[in-house]
Design a protein around this ligand. Structure first.
Ligand code: SF4
Length: 227
């Protein structure tokens, strides 16, 4: 059984596959508690239902859609992730994993590892949560492995221009990363915030040659759950 928060059909909102119709499988559980997290209901299994891998696969197949996005929470910490992905791959699905890059798991049948490493701007305000966050949020070895073994994109959440320094420091520790796979995305939870921050991020992208990462779901749905 895997604790699942939701399975729904929508458009991929972020990254190089933005706009692609996809089925989302949101797995419960994440230790990071990021300040700007837009899915806090996925931090634990409190809001989840337990489904077998066959039940999850059947739910995904009902949408008759070629792409599946396995997200969270943090799906890479779920011990049953390899078994789930192998089952989804048996059905010839294109698989994206959305992860903060805190754990490396080998031999996953993953077509796109969509990694969003967490910067200082994600530290929670609560002191206890911040301690756990800081202990778990950055795993350079995992990031090196994930970007070596898998097809990947690196998406950084930008709140202010000062975040660029953080991003550059992290990338300096990952010299093999292809800069053309690095994306900057505005930190926002409403359309208004998104539009305001987009200008800042667009300017940073022009300065750095990183790619602007849109967040289509915020524009379309204002960050509603499950759409
Ligand atoms: S890693 Fe993702 S799911 Fe986990 S707290 Fe941060 S933003 Fe939320």
């Amino acid at each position: 059984m895997i604790s699942i928060i939701e399975i729904f059909y929508s458009l991929q909102g972020e990254g190089f596959l933005a706009g692609r119709p996809s089925v989302f499988v949101r797995i419960a559980g994440c230790p990071l508690r990021c300040r700007y997290c837009d899915t806090p209901y996925a931090w634990s299994d409190k809001n989840a239902i337990d489904l077998t891998i066959d039940q999850i696969t059947e739910s995904v197949k009902k949408y008759n859609c070629h792409s599946v996005v396995v997200t969270g929470g943090e799906p890479m910490i779920n011990p049953q992730l390899p078994e789930l992905l192998n089952k989804l791959k048996e059905n010839a699905l294109h698989i994206t994993i959305e992860t903060a890059g805190i754990k490396f798991v080998p031999n996953l049948p993953c077509d796109l590892m969509s990694i969003s490493p967490k910067l200082t701007n994600s530290i929670p305000e609560d002191a206890a949560a911040a301690k756990t966050h800081n202990q778990n949020c950055l795993n350079i070895d995992a990031l090196k492995q994930l970007t070596k073994i898998y097809n990947y994109q690196l998406k950084f959440v930008v709140d202010t221009p000062k975040d660029l320094e953080d991003i550059q420091q992290l990338l300096a520790k990952l010299p093999a990363v292809d800069k053309e796979k690095v994306m900057l995305m505005p930190q926002a939870s409403t359309r208004q915030q998104y539009l305001e921050k987009s200008q800042i991020v667009a300017d940073l992208c022009k300065e750095t040659h990183f790619t602007f990462c849109q967040r289509l779901h915020i524009l379309l749905y204002g960050n509603q759950k499950g759409v």
